[in-house]
Design a protein around this ligand. Structure first.
Ligand code: MG
Length: 171
């Protein structure tokens, strides 16, 4: 049986991960409108990863016999006006999610909930990768956004991103 405060935070985290998927789909929308289909694809894959994160937590709570409550997902309100704006929002959002995961871990530590600590290890590593990816996207745009040929090549490179579901996600 998970401590209730830990389980409630994980339940809220499911919503945050679904919201992340929504936010990345909005970024996909923006880049589709821009005609940068590689960027759009990259955020589409990112949205699918967020759904994986939500489902991993959903599955974990079910395995622990917690009664999951699904809540309304907020609509993304940010109106993107420039490419850099999107990439900066993505980095800020990942930092927010990292803080949220760390806060759950801290609660699990306080509660001597060793199982959740171990479950969250994967997420802590994943968040470090998410932040690196988001920073690399920003670096690319800062270096090359005014060079249309470079932007074309980056867009093509991003179109090759493949969605890989986490191995432990049993669908
Ligand atoms: Mg996530």
């Amino acid at each position: 049986m998970l401590p209730k405060n830990v389980a409630d935070l994980l339940n809220e985290q499911i919503n945050k991960e679904f919201y992340s998927a929504y936010l990345y789909l909005e970024m996909n929308n923006y880049f589709e409108r821009r005609g940068l289909h590689g960027f759009a694809h990259w955020y589409h894959v990112q949205a699918l990863e967020e759904l994986d994160h939500a489902m991993l937590i959903y599955q974990y709570l079910h395995d622990e016999e917690f009664d999951v409550k699904l809540k309304a997902i907020a609509n993304p309100t940010h109106a993107f006006v420039a490419d850099r704006d999107v990439l900066e929002t993505a980095l800020d959002h990942e930092k927010y999610v990292t803080a949220s995961i760390h806060a759950i871990y801290e609660t699990a530590l306080d509660e001597n909930d060793f199982r959740t600590q171990q479950f969250l290890d994967w997420f802590i590593k994943e968040q470090a990768e998410e932040e690196v990816n988001a920073k690399e996207m920003l670096t690319k745009i800062d270096l090359f956004e005014t060079d249309s040929k470079a932007l074309y090549l980056i867009d093509r490179e991003l179109s090759y991103r493949v969605h890989e579901a986490p191995a432990k996600l049993e669908l």
